[in-house]
Design a protein around this ligand. Structure first.
Ligand code: C2E
Ligand code: MG
Ligand code: MG
Length: 729
């Protein structure tokens, strides 16, 4: 049974002294404390003085009557919730009706039965206390929600309506909690980039019957807030989910604070770069990743030369400015898209950090080649080389860089840092503004590679590249039907370099297009010259690199070259590789059509090594296929290769294409090729590639073909003694 406060106070307002006394005595007997007033106008002052838990008012009083007194009390905020009991006459029905409207909680009729009155009062006090608790509970819940920025919500899955608490609707920018909201309304405030994800998150939670817990961004009047959502499904007896009940919590401030803490703990304040502990973590991650993928990771340790002197002479604030500027320039280098070759796509993985006063570090993950690290180091040095203007003064600085490579120079963070530091000391000993690898052999390879690239650039300017020519002979007529132009580099002090020694570098350094166009130009001029001096047409084939083929407007470039050299288009053949064609077949077909429209001939080089599909071949409309020399090489010993060559020939014939075999070195190979109907051959058996003047000579005097071939081609004619040409490359 409900126990009221030990001695609740009751204010009794009645003008009738006898009735007052009777009631007071009864109440006091029951343990109540009673305060009294004898007139209606004393209601408010008496209430303020005594703060009673309940007020009893007689309705019939002279002056301010009970109803007015009740109304006056209700206007007092402190009295708004206090129960008021009115005493009326039995026949005063009008008062009873009025009493409720004016705020009375209950009424009793006179004459008063003291015991019943006490009982009534107890019940009223109990109800009032419960109501008070409930209201207080609700208020504190609302307050707690507001403080915690927490709102509750409910989604009725049957009619798709949302109900939200005041706090929840405020959080999402809805005006009132009573607003009828649908799923669409909710989604409309979710950040558009998160919308689809949230939708499918709800769907999957529903289908898996799992609780929800996620973060979402909402946009509210242009501002973005981060809301944490947690919810559970409510299921019906059938097991089907009928509602989702959950909370929203605005965690924007918390997230910002976390970000700030994170920034302080992980980043250097001056430059905004990762600090030493963070750097070590990132390096460790890169190593772990490299371990799984069996890749290289380079760690570059950078240190400004003579930074201490600048700091001492120009002051710390200039020193700080310099460090900031240096870090900006380093960052620029790291950001530039071509810093590493294409396989290193994820530039975000490149970690630049400041790990001490003037010490910076850079991680190059997923490194393909050691010399890529050298290239980056070179770029960093160059970036710092130009002077810094600080407070109107020009300041020159330079860098020392030490490089250690995982796994060769260490398989953990500390070892790599230590070794990069050792390499740095070596770089410093060399006078600064340089870089060094920890391994001596890496130094050698990297420098060789870099110098090769630099020399190649110079070679292009100085026209050290020349074209050699290798004849292509028809097996039908024994005549030279064309020549292939093959690039050579007359490198001073190195003799004649073959393409294998420099084309890969050229390709990586982006020089291959320049090489191709120089060779194209030389070849066209040469063919034109042969036409004039030897009075015969010699078709010249040039190799087209992947990069050149991708060049927009390739057909226009070729067309203009033909015009420049006044060469007939049919005297130029372009050799395209299968891989070029297969990379992007549709664009390839388009480019090929444009080239064909010029009237040039086209062949597919190294045929058989790629994955041409017959269908594309048919659409490509090239003139001939060049069987790769790897098949020709083993043709005399491998039945498989014979079958491949036979198949290529048969396929070419069915498509109306000519077939030329490359790399023919022996008479045996020649015999087999002739037997299977190959149209043309090219290879050292006929002639190695020779320079232009030697080729002119060969063209003038003719190239003797081996006896076997001639027997096959000249049907009964006089066999000629085979003599390999004496001119060498
Ligand atoms: P490729 O286009 O397949 O050229 C044929 C290669 O086979 C040439 O090598 C040639 O010297 C070689 N060869 C010819 N007959 C024989 C033989 O009987 N036996 C052997 N073992 N080899 C023979 P080279 O000149 O070293 O050229 C290699 C590759 O370099 C070429 O292969 C071509 O893909 C590329 N290349 C050459 N010149 C250029 C050029 O100007 N531009 C481009 N983009 N690539 C070129
Ligand atoms: Mg070729
Ligand atoms: Mg080839």
């Amino acid at each position: 049974m409900f126990q009221p406060e030990s001695s609740p106070k009751v204010l009794l307002i009645d003008d009738d002294l006898a009735s007052r006394t009777l009631i007071r005595e009864a109440l006091e007997e029951e343990g109540f404390v009673v305060a009294e007033a004898s007139e209606g106008r004393q209601a408010v002052p008496a209430f303020t003085e005594h703060s009673p838990a309940l007020v009893i008012i007689d309705v019939l009083m002279p002056g301010v009557d009970g109803l007015e007194a009740c109304q006056a009390l209700r206007a007092l905020p402190a009295a708004s919730m206090v129960p008021v009991l009115l005493m009326t006459g039995l026949n005063d029905l009008a008062s009873i009706d009025n009493a409720r409207a004016l705020g009375a909680t209950d009424f009793v009729t006179k004459p008063i039965q003291p015991r019943i009155l006490c009982q009534r009062i107890r019940y009223m006090l109990r109800d009032s206390q419960r109501l008070g608790e409930l209201t207080r509970g609700e208020t504190s819940l609302a307050m707690a929600q507001r403080i915690a920025k927490l709102g509750s919500w409910e989604l009725d899955l049957r009619d798709q309506t949302f109900k939200m608490s005041r706090e929840a609707s405020k959080m999402l920018g809805f005006h009132s909690p009573d607003q009828c909201l649908r799923v669409g309304n909710f989604l409309s405030v979710v950040h558009e980039d998160d919308r689809e994800a949230i939708k499918s998150y709800f769907d999957s939670a529903l289908s898996c019957q799992e609780p929800l817990c996620t973060d979402l961004r909402v946009t509210q009047g242009g501002a973005e807030r981060l809301i944490h959502l947690e919810a559970e499904l409510v299921t019906a007896d059938s097991g089907a989910a009928v509602r989702i009940v959950g909370t929203f919590q605005d965690v924007t401030e918390r997230m910002l604070a976390e970000m700030q803490i994170h920034a302080l703990a992980y980043y250097d304040e001056l430059t905004g770069l990762p600090n030493r502990p963070h750097f070590k973590e990132l390096l460790n991650e890169a190593i772990e990743k490299a371990k799984r993928g069996h890749q290289l990771v380079a760690v570059l340790f950078l240190d400004l030369d003579r930074f201490k002197r600048i700091n001492d002479t120009l002051g710390h604030s200039v020193g700080d400015m310099l460090l900031k500027e240096v870090s900006n320039r380093l960052r620029e280098v790291v950001r530039s898209s071509d810093i590493l070759s294409r396989a290193n796509r994820e530039l975000n993985d490149l970690v630049l950090a400041r790990i001490g006063g003037d010490e910076f570090t850079l991680v190059l993950p997923e490194l393909l080649r050691i010399h890529d690290a050298a290239k980056v180091a070179r770029r960093l040095l160059d970036a710092i080389a130009s002077p810094f203007t600080l407070q109107g003064q020009e300041v020159f600085v330079s860098l020392g860089i030490g490089i250690a490579v995982y796994p060769v120079n260490g398989d953990n963070v500390d070892a790599l840092l230590k070794n990069a530091d050792t390499a740095l000391s070596c770089a410093k000993k060399q006078g600064g503004n340089s870089f060094q690898f920890y391994s001596r052999s890496m130094n050698a390879t990297a420098f060789e590679r870099l110098s090769l690239e630099a020399c190649l650039r110079r070679a292009l300017e100085r026209h050290e590249l020349v074209a050699h020519y290798q004849p292509q002979v028809s097996l039908q007529t024994g005549q030279v039907v064309g020549v292939e132009a093959l690039v050579r580099w007359r490198r001073p002090d190195h003799g004649l370099l073959l393409p294998g020694a420099f084309l890969p570098v050229a390709e990586e350094a982006g020089l291959i297009r320049q090489i191709d166009s120089q060779v194209l130009h030389m070849a066209c001029l040469q063919s034109k010259a042969w036409g004039e001096t030897l009075r015969r047409s010699v078709r010249v084939a040039v190799n087209v690199s992947n990069q050149q083929f991708q060049e927009p407007g390739l057909a226009e470039i070729i067309g203009s070259e033909l015009r420049t050299c006044s060469l007939d288009a049919h005297l130029l053949e372009l050799e395209l590789t299968e891989s070029i064609m297969m990379q992007n077949p549709e664009t390839a077909i388009d480019t090929v059509q444009r080239l064909r429209a010029l009237g040039v001939e086209l062949s597919i080089d190294d045929f058989g090594t790629g994955y041409s599909c017959l269908n594309h071949l048919r659409r490509l409309q090239v003139n001939r296929l060049k069987v790769d020399r790897s098949f020709v090489r083993d043709i005399a010993t491998s039945a498989d290769n014979v079958s491949i060559v036979k198949a290529i020939i048969a396929m070419a014939q069915s498509l109306g294409l000519e077939v030329i075999a490359e790399g023919v070195e022996t008479e045996e190979q020649l015999e087999i090729l002739t037997e299977h109907g190959c149209d043309q051959v090219q290879g050292n058996l006929i002639s190695v590639p020779v320079d232009a003047s030697a080729m002119s000579h060969l063209l003038a005097v003719g190239i003797p073909l081996p006896r076997l071939t001639l027997a096959a081609v000249s049907a009964g004619g006089e066999p000629t003694e085979y003599r390999p040409p004496q001119v060498s490359a």
